[in-house]
Design a protein around this ligand. Sequence first.
Ligand SMILES: NC(=O)c1ccc[n+]([C@@H]2O[C@H](COP(=O)([O-])OP(=O)(O)OC[C@H]3O[C@@H](n4cnc5c(N)ncnc54)[C@H](O)[C@@H]3O)[C@@H](O)[C@H]2O)c1
Length: 349
Amino acid sequence: MSNATVGLIGYGYWGPNLLRNFMELPTADVTWVCDPLQDRLDKAVTRYPSIRPTTDVRDVLDDPDVDAVVIATPISTHHALVMEALLAGKHVFVEKPMAMTVEECDEMCDAAAARDLTLMIGHTFVYSPPVRAVKSILESGELGDVRFITCSRVNLGLHRKDVSVVWDLAPHDLSILAYWLGETPLSVQAMGRSCISNGIPDVAFLNVRYSSGIIAELEVSWLSPVKLRRTVIVGSKKMLMYDDTESVEKVKVFDHGVDYKDPETFGEFHLSYRTGGIYSPRVESVEPLYAEATHFVDCVTNGTKPMTDGLSGRLVVAALEAAQKSLDGDALHPAERRGRVEQTGPPAS
Ligand SMILES: NC(=O)c1ccc[n+]([C@@H]2O[C@H](COP(=O)([O-])OP(=O)(O)OC[C@H]3O[C@@H](n4cnc5c(N)ncnc54)[C@H](O)[C@@H]3O)[C@@H](O)[C@H]2O)c1
């Protein structure tokens, strides 16, 4: 079978990582890189002299030899670029988040389905070996019923000018949770603050509730003295911690818990605290982006459905939209604010 021919659109911060991985694939040939900025193209050509640079996306889309495009541009451009690529008959990989609205996602899914083209979303962590190891542990039932999950994704990060930290970082955790739990959020509430740039929250806390009863709290921030990529899952039998900043032992399973014993007579119930063993499963050391690129090319070549297809992208965007709505409605009406102060103030004499 011949290699898939791929064009990369967007060569900013993330594009070079995608290009490096697609270039390493034995099953793909990257022939084009497109970016409106010439200095970015110069960097790509210096690194990979065989690649053809262009500032015009039509050069890539009009090339009949190109089978697929990989899009790593700002979020606000995703919908238009993906639609243009699908209409040109190209398979598409687009970075997270898929688009700015659920309506845009639906249009993209419909356009791909109507043309029988692959549409895959860059939910990179779903391809990460520790995240997949956690999925196996959850499926084995070892943790029991999942009660709640907390996720911290914070560091002194690059402040984006186009979107808030919610749209930048929360897609990672929302896509991981969707993959692990296999269910969509019932509700999302968010609270955030713009500490540096006015109107662009750089810290936010999302509370997500699922119909199974599981609740999750996501902390995302570009303002933190330390880098945390830590998720804790508390189950009815055991607990688990996934820490992506660890070089080894990224996943740890704790035989910890609290057991409730009903009173035998009409007395007090008993709680027994269990702090048993801790183990760390062996996890493969494959770069998630390489696994993701391999999967995309497999899907294009064999016509199989991507693990992170348009619907999974839509699910994440729906949760982000709900979080945004909650953020926008965060401010109390002035009258309500006054009422709250009065309620907590000293009693009127
Ligand atoms: N999966 C991950 O872990 C991960 C990590 C970082 C970023 N991302 C995603 O990658 C995407 C890009 O992020 P970034 O950090 O590289 O942004 P960036 O702003 O650094 O780079 C975007 C690039 O796209 C170019 N561009 C803009 N409009 C274009 C157009 N119409 N056609 C071609 N090129 C265009 C810009 O000139 C720029 O070079 C975002 O969706 C982001 O969420 C994903």
